[in-house]
Design a protein around this ligand. Structure first.
Ligand code: SF4
Length: 216
């Protein structure tokens, strides 16, 4: 039980309320977003997704038929577009070969099996896998991103060497296993990271200011 986890959530939610995240319409779109957001801002992902939508490519069949180069061109705004196009093509190929071209049997797997499966895919690390699990699969897993670790570190709530899984466990081991709650908490942390806890922290007026270690 980590005493700072719930109070931090309460402080963020009290000030900012619901964040209405994630802005995607289908499971496939959420999976694409989880890959596209690697090493880039969400605003760039939105441009890439808009390109895919404009070209009628937000569906399995078109992604399967399109060449890697064509796909890379559509997702160019998200950066690392050749690499990400390769990840998306590999994902589509795996879904075709191992799941009959449908997301239903994939998402019928239980959470540990689904996480293991996603982690075996090219270019899918823990953060991307957990984003897919939480947002597309509605599973109660906690997504740890750079913002999460940064605010925990600055408050002395984890150390630099803490692994991805151990940071996730701070949240999952304290809060009820509730996907909408984890979704909301992650969205609030993203806002915290953007508005206050960025590379240079703006602690004054931050909802978590009262939890800073030097005040205790
Ligand atoms: S900006 Fe300061 S008070 Fe806010 S979360 Fe970061 S370290 Fe904490």
């Amino acid at each position: 039980m980590k005493p700072f986890i719930q109070p931090s959530y309460d402080a963020l939610f009290a000030l900012w309320g619901e964040q209405h995240w994630w802005p995607a319409r289908t499971r496939l779109e959420m999976m694409l977003g989880a890959i596209l957001t690697q090493n880039t801002a969400w605003s760039n992902v939105e441009k890439a997704i808009a390109n895919l939508r404009r070209n009628g490519a937000l569906n399995f069949q078109t992604l399967e038929k399109s060449s890697r180069d064509q796909l890379a061109e559509w997702i160019r705004p998200a950066g690392y577009f050749n690499q990400k196009a390769g990840y998306i093509k590999a994902m589509i190929q795996t879904i075709r070969q191992d799941f009959g071209g449908s997301l239903n049997p994939l998402f019928a797997l239980d959470t540990p099996a689904l996480r293991k499966e996603l982690l075996s895919w090219k270019g899918i690390g823990p953060e991307t896998a957990d984003s897919i699990l939480l947002y597309a699969g509605k599973r109660p897993v906690f997504v740890v991103d750079a913002y999460t670790k940064r605010f925990l570190l600055r408050h002395g709530w984890c150390d630099q060497t803490a692994s991805y899984d151990s940071v996730a466990k701070l949240f999952t081991g304290t809060l009820p296993a509730d996907a909408p709650l984890f979704n909301e908490y992650h969205a609030l942390i993203v806002r915290l990271g953007k508005e206050h806890c960025n590379t240079k922290p703006k602690c004054e007026g931050c909802p978590l200011e009262r939890f800073l270690p030097h005040l205790h």
